[in-house]
Every structure is written in C-alpha cells, then in structure tokens.
Design a protein around this ligand. Structure first.
Ligand SMILES: Nc1ncnc2c1ncn2[C@@H]1O[C@H](COP(=O)(O)OP(=O)(O)O)[C@@H](O)[C@H]1O
Ligand SMILES: [Mg+2]
Length: 239
C-alpha cells in the first residue's frame, strides 16, 4: 500500500526567505506522525505543503501514491487530505451548525450535507449538543473541535492538525486529543504538528523533529522522548 503522504526532498520559500530545506517525510496509510520542533522550525510550512497551500520550490509531494506537486489545495482535499490550520478558524458569529453547513455545502454539495453533519456530530458529540450555540461562545477546546470537524471530508485519508493544543487548558487538551484518537481509530491517518510533545507522542506511532527547516530526527514515538531530552521543548505536561 502506498503511504498516504510522502514528502520527497521538499524545499519551500516565502519570497526570498527559505523555510524548508530538503524535507523528506512519510505518513503510512492509517498511520500517525507527530511533527515536533520549536517555534519557527517550519512545522506549519510542512502542513501547508502537505495540503497544497504552499508549493515547494523543489522536491515533490505524493498523496496516496499520486504526485500532487504544484496541485491546488482543492485537489489535495479531493485526494483525501484534510487540514485543520493553526488557531480556531471558526466564524464566531455563526452557530456551530451554520459553521459546519458552510463548509460541508462546499465539500459535499447540498445532497451530502445532512450525512456529513450526522458524521460530524457522531465524531464530536459535544458539538451536537451545542449545534445552535454561537461558535464565538464555545470553549477554546470546542472551537478547536469545530475547526477540525469542518475539514473532515468523508472520511479523509489524512488529517493534518496544526497545534491542536495551542492555548488550551490541560483538561480541554485531553478532550481534543480524545477526538483525535477517535478519528485515528476510524482509520484516518494523522499528522499532528505540536510544540507540546506529551499528547502528540502518546497518540502517534512515529515522530519527526524539525529544526531550522530540516528534519533533525525521525523514528518511533517511544524513542523520541530520549532524543529530545536537553532540547528546548515545552512539554506542557510536567515531563
Ligand atoms: N507567510 C510567511 N511569510 C514569510 N515568512 C513566513 C511566512 N510564514 C512563515 N514564515 C517564516 O517561515 C519560518 C517557518 O515558519 P512556520 O512554518 O510557521 O514555523 P512553525 O510552525 O514551526 O512555528 C519562520 O521563520 C517564519 O517566520
Ligand atoms: Mg506553526
């Protein structure tokens, strides 16, 4: 079986600024990769490259064995990549249901709308209980769940979650990670970008550590803790 995502020697720039230098990464079908690294290491840029938002200056991006280098974000979405960007990215003055309908009408069309809504409420029961609530009044964790639910196409092959724990209280982070685990167990591969390493390492089988736009280490998640001792990571948990 082809990996669901493969980056081969990807370099990327923002204008004259080079953000990635020959990054190679693989996420197996149904697998899970925690992408760790300090602020500015290039994690978000990898997430953007993997969903077509940033086009590499060299190297290639394969989704499910298909070369999508240079393809548009909607083509990545159609190939099964869902990208939950950093931050909450919800419409604060619309209800939970309206936020979901807006996204699903675009990705599923009018005919697939109610099916997609049911699936989102199955995966995130807390959102189902709050479907008429204004998104801006949800807790931080619920807003994060909503931003993930919005991108879950039917069911995606790969969910890229960029710092799903950022700015959340520990108990809320637990809830967000329980949802990620449920998504994983339903067969979707996950690429979790994190600075808070504890939860990501528990959820994921593999780990890649990014530094200054390059992969510094890659291996099984249970070996990553040792590797990162002495590095400047925020663990978020007391470890
Ligand atoms: N839109 C942009 N324009 C210019 N530089 C950017 C842009 N986005 C990110 N960068 C730079 O690219 C580098 C990597 O950023 P990013 O991928 O967001 O890192 P991380 O997510 O690991 O914190 C940083 O030095 C950042 O300042
Ligand atoms: Mg980032």
């Amino acid at each position: 079986m082809s990996p669901v995502l493969e980056l081969r020697g990807v370099s990327a720039s923002y204008g004259p600024f080079r953000a990635l230098f020959g990054v190679s990464l693989t996420v197996e079908a149904g697998g899970s990769l925690a992408l760790l690294g300090s602020n500015g290491a290039g994690k978000t840029t990898v997430a953007r490259v993997a969903s077509g938002l940033v086009v590499p200056t060299s190297g290639s991006v394969l989704v499910d064995g298909e070369d999508l280098t240079g393809a548009r974000p909607h083509q990545y979405a159609r190939a099964g990549v869902a990208h939950a960007p950093e931050g909450r990215s919800v419409f604060a003055t619309l209800t939970v249901a309206e936020n979901l309908r807006l996204s699903f009408r675009r990705t599923h069309g009018a005919s697939g709308l109610s099916c997609a809504l049911d699936r989102a409420y199955d995966l995130f029961p807390q959102l189902g209980n709050r479907r008429s609530q204004m998104a801006g009044t949800l807790s931080g964790g619920e807003q994060r769940m909503l931003s993930m639910a919005r991108v879950l196409v039917n069911p995606p092959k790969l969910l890229i979650a960029d710092e799903p724990s950022l700015g959340l209280a520990p108990i809320i982070i637990d809830e967000v990670y329980q949802s990620l685990r449920a998504i994983r167990e339903a067969g979707t591969a996950v690429l979790i970008v994190e600075q808070q390493v504890g939860h990501a390492l528990q959820l994921c089988d593999r780990t890649a550590v990014l530094g200054h736009g390059a992969v510094e280490w890659e291996g099984p998640a249970d070996e990553a803790t040792d590797v990162m001792v002495g590095q400047m990571f925020t663990t978020g948990e007391d470890g």
